[in-house]
Design a protein around this ligand. Structure first.
Ligand code: SF4
Length: 228
């Protein structure tokens, strides 16, 4: 089925129906689900626990997460019964970024080593990649469809048209926990080195021309050297 047909087919479905339909249209073993366990992650994770309990959720562990993010992950795992698989960079490469403090002067390279490359290594076995991107988070995300072609994969964003108000209602309705740092004024949370308090994604990679880690949109260093 073409991407336009898929988007048309899924557009009028509810968020839960979209995920249910995905598991009817594609083989379960070819569906990759990732989560950052960030401040907005709980809705997709709750849907996964309802629609396909036990389906693996991949978490990219950069080794630079806030302790509050790891606690939030553990809290959601306990509440929703999630099966989480950690994805990590090769230890020598992660060690290099730690000693070199690569995040201080080349965030694209640091993200490539600790996020993009580790996930690239496991993507080949999958046909569809599910993530909880929300359109209200940035202009780039606002323009994404439910389905998007990304290399050899189809990206699937079942919550892309969920509003911030709907997300908060969803959290309250299903009594889902709140990330501790959201309570402290961090709307978006990534690695400790690259996250400050702020609304929307303004607290991410502050003072540099970077808005995405490279997982969902190819950024400068990667685009110039790796994407042709
Ligand atoms: S967000 Fe910062 S610390 Fe984390 S991988 Fe990217 S550059 Fe490195």
């Amino acid at each position: 089925m073409k991407i336009t047909e898929l988007n048309n087919k899924y557009k009028s479905l509810s968020f839960q129906e979209r995920l249910e339909q995905l598991f009817k249209d594609f083989p379960e073993e070819e569906i990759l689900i990732t989560s950052s366990f960030g401040t907005t992650s709980m809705a997709l994770l709750h849907l996964v626990s309802k629609v396909k309990p036990g389906h693996p959720v991949h978490f990219i562990d950069t080794s630079y997460h806030f302790p509050e993010t790891l606690s939030y992950r553990d809290e959601l795992v306990a509440q929703l019964g999630l099966k989480v698989i950690e994805v990590k960079a090769e230890s020598k490469k992660n060690k290099f970024t730690n000693e070199n403090q690569t995040w201080r002067f080349n965030q694209d390279l640091c993200c490539f080593i600790n996020k993009v490359e580790p996930l690239d290594k496991i993507k080949s076995g999958y046909q569809v990649w599910v993530s909880g991107l929300l359109g209200f988070q940035s202009m780039h995300r606002k323009n994404l469809g439910i389905f998007q072609e990304k290399g050899s994969l189809l990206k699937f964003h079942p919550l892309i048209d969920m509003s911030k108000e709907d997300l908060n209602l969803y959290r309250q309705l299903f009594e889902l926990p709140t990330h501790e740092l959201l309570k402290q004024g961090y709307d978006s949370v990534g690695c400790t080195h690259c996250t400050q308090k702020g609304s929307g994604r303004r607290g991410r990679w502050i003072d540099v021309d970077k808005t995405e880690c490279g997982l969902h949109e190819t950024q400068g260093w990667i685009k110039n050297r790796m994407a042709g």
